[in-house]
Structure formats: structure tokens, C-alpha cells
Design a protein around this ligand. Structure first.
Ligand SMILES: Cc1ncc(COP(=O)(O)O)c(C=O)c1O
Length: 346
């Protein structure tokens, strides 16, 4: 009898079931036990594979998407990559409106995956006609047979994590998780994952991560949308200049804000201390853990799960570029030779 061929039908079969990895060295000075849910192990290298597949398959089930139709979305890069990947396998066209803040690498990657990309100015308000939200809306209206994924205002974004990320973490921790730490952009990851986990154990604390320059933390605390909170910052995918309906503010216990500079150093520290080559928001998430620890959030019994959303390779021209770090002034406060660890032999 012939051996069965052990192959996946396509990359889509590899979405989800990402590993939980214990963090030891970087957390050595912190009280508690820390585990990273490393979403870079998805085939599209980010957590957004989950929502891309889930939302597209729901649209197919509901008869909204038919072969040859077009997927339209706004994206800081990762959702676009995942949508482009799923579109290729399933035979859809993919149009993406991205922020000019997105790295060149990310835009080139989207184009390599067959997507048509529109680059929109980052520093205009969300209601400006040039904002990537409004450009995507217009493209959707102009393209016959198109579906607008609308991740910021789509409840299916939350459901995708409720049905996959949440149950995986519950199972991987044997129900012992005490704290969930996650970045909030659309809010889909934190809201869906937390909803599932709190249904299992309402005592689990849900700790959000927001950026300086974003409205989320203040809105969570006061229900006030404060324009004065909004200013440009460098981390992509974290924080917002609007209030997404995909964020369930009631399920989040607390938000903390992290800076561009500290998050950048922590991202590099994760690579150097844990061998985890993960993205800028993963560094932001662990930076938040350090700050929450300082506030006395954890004790020796804490089992803290931190979601690391994507892979470091997407940030070669940013956080992992010494030139970029220098240009931002992020090396000013540290010993440059120590930070760079580079010797040029002439
Ligand atoms: C790199 C990165 N980190 C974190 C997030 C935030 O995840 P969510 O949109 O589910 O809140 C995003 C979303 O755009 C992202 O691209």
C-alpha cells in the first residue's frame, strides 16, 4: 500500500493554531509568568490572516461574494497582505487603500501578492476625502461586484478572534491565563479574544495597549472623543484617530499608552534576548507589559498572555534599520556602539 501524501491543500490550511512561547530572558526582572502568542507563525506572517479568511468565507456563505468578484479594504499593510493571499487562492481581485505611513516593504509586498494599491496621505483627518477610509469607500462604490471588508466597523473581525484566537489561548494555557495583553487598532483582536476568555473566566484581566497620539485610552476612560489626543506617531497598526465599532470598550479593563521610542527598543530587545524576530507592535505590547508590571499589575501567580501580531521582516526599513533609528533620535539616549554592535572591516 502506498503511503499517504502529507500535504496541505493550500497555505490557507495553515492559518491559526499559532504557538504560545514562554518569555524567560526579557521578563527576568518582572514578577509573573509571561507567554507570547506569536502570530507571525501564520502563513501571511500576521494575525490578520485569521480575519481575512473568516470574513471572506462568511461573505461566500452568505452569497455576497461570487467567483471573480473584488475585495476592497483599507489597511496599514497586514490585513491587505492577508486579503491578497486569500484572494489569490480563492480567485478574487484585491484593491487596497493604504496609509502613506506604511513602510515601502509592506507596499511592495502587497503589490507582489497581486493587489492594486492606492497610497493615501497619513496625516489627514479620517473624514477627509483623501483618507484611506474614504478612498476605499469610493473605490468600493465605483467597482461593480466588490465587497468592502471594512475591518474597523465589521463585527466579523471580532468574531474571527472569538472563534479562533480566544479558544486557542484558553486551550494552550489549560485555562490558567490570568491576564491578556493586546494592542488595539481595529480592536478586533483584543475584543474577540477577550470576549471568549471572559466567558470562560470573568476574572481574567484584559489589558489594552494604545499609542501616544491615539484617542482610544482617553475614550475608554471618559467616553469623550478628544481631538487634542491626536498627533502623528510612528508605530503602525496600534491606536486610532477614530472610534472603531469593532472595539468592545466594555470588555477591556484598562489601557496603557506606549511611546514610539521605548517600543522600538523593546522590539529589538525581543530579537536579541528571546530570538523572536517580531514586529513593532509586538515590541509595543511587551513595552506595555513592562509598564503594567511597574504599576504592580502582576504577582508571582500571574499567567500573562501577550499577543504578538506580526513578523519583524516587515520592519527592515524601520525598527530594524539602524539608520532609521538614528534619524528618529532613538539612539540618542543609549550607547551607540553597544546598540549597533557593528564593525566595518576596511
Ligand atoms: C502590526 C499590527 N499590530 C496590531 C494591530 C492591531 O490589531 P487589531 O486591529 O485587531 O486591533 C494591527 C492591526 O492593524 C497591526 O497591523
Amino acid at each position: 500500500m502506498k503511503e499517504e501524501i502529507k500535504a496541505y491543500n493550500s497555505v490557507l490550511d495553515l492559518i491559526g493554531n499559532t504557538p504560545l512561547i514562554k518569555l524567560s530572558k526579557i521578563s527576568a526582572d518582572l514578577t509573573g509568568n509571561f507567554y507570547a502568542k506569536v502570530e507571525a507563525f501564520n502563513p501571511g506572517h500576521s494575525t490578520k490572516d485569521r480575519i481575512a479568511l473568516y470574513i471572506i468565507e462568511e461573505a461566500e456563505k452568505r452569497g455576497i461574494l461570487k467567483p471573480g468578484d473584488t475585495i476592497v479594504e483599507t489597511t496599514s499593510g497586514n490585513t491587505g497582505f492577508s486579503l491578497a493571499m486569500v484572494s489569490i487562492i480563492k480567485g478574487y481581485d484585491c484593491i487596497l487603500a493604504v496609509s502613506s505611513k506604511s513602510s515601502k516593504d509592506k507596499i511592495d509586498m502587497l503589490r507582489s501578492m497581486g493587489a492594486k494599491v492606492y497610497v493615501c496621505p497619513a496625516h489627514v483627518s479620517a473624514d477627509d476625502e483623501r483618507s484611506y477610509y474614504n478612498v476605499a469607500k469610493r473605490l468600493h462604490e465605483e467597482t461593480k461586484g466588490s465587497v468592502y471588508i471594512n475591518q474597523y466597523f465589521n463585527e466579523l473581525n471580532v468574531d474571527a478572534h472569538y472563534k479562533s484566537t480566544g479558544p486557542e489561548i484558553w486551550e494552550q494555557t489549560g485555562g490558567q491565563i490570568t491576564h491578556l495583553v493586546a494592542c488595539s487598532g481595529t480592536g478586533g483582536t483584543i475584543s474577540g479574544t477577550a470576549r471568549f476568555l471572559k466567558e470562560q473566566n470573568p476574572n481574567i484581566k484584559v489589558l489594552g495597549v494604545d499609542a501616544f497620539g491615539s484617542v482610544l485610552k482617553k475614550y475608554h476612560e471618559t467616553k469623550e472623543f478628544d481631538n487634542a489626543e491626536i498627533y502623528p506617531y510612528r508605530i503602525e497598526g496600534l491606536g486610532k484617530n477614530l472610534i472603531p465599532t469593532a472595539t468592545d470598550f466594555d470588555i477591556i479593563d484598562k489601557f496603557i499608552k506606549v511611546s514610539d521610542e521605548e517600543s522600538a527598543h523593546t522590539t529589538r530587545e525581543l530579537a536579541k534576548k528571546e530570538g523572536l524576530f517580531v514586529g513593532y507592535t509586538s515590541g509595543a505590547a511587551f513595552q506595555a507589559v513592562k509598564q503594567y508590571a511597574e504599576e504592580g499589575e502582576f504577582d508571582e501567580n500571574s499567567k500573562v498572555v501577550i499577543i504578538f501580531p506580526d513578523h519583524g521582516s516587515r520592519y527592515m526599513s524601520k525598527v530594524f534599520s539602524d539608520d532609521w533609528m538614528n534619524e528618529q533620535g532613538f539612539f540618542d539616549s543609549v550607547n551607540q556602539e553597544e546598540a549597533l554592535k557593528i564593525e566595518i572591516i576596511k
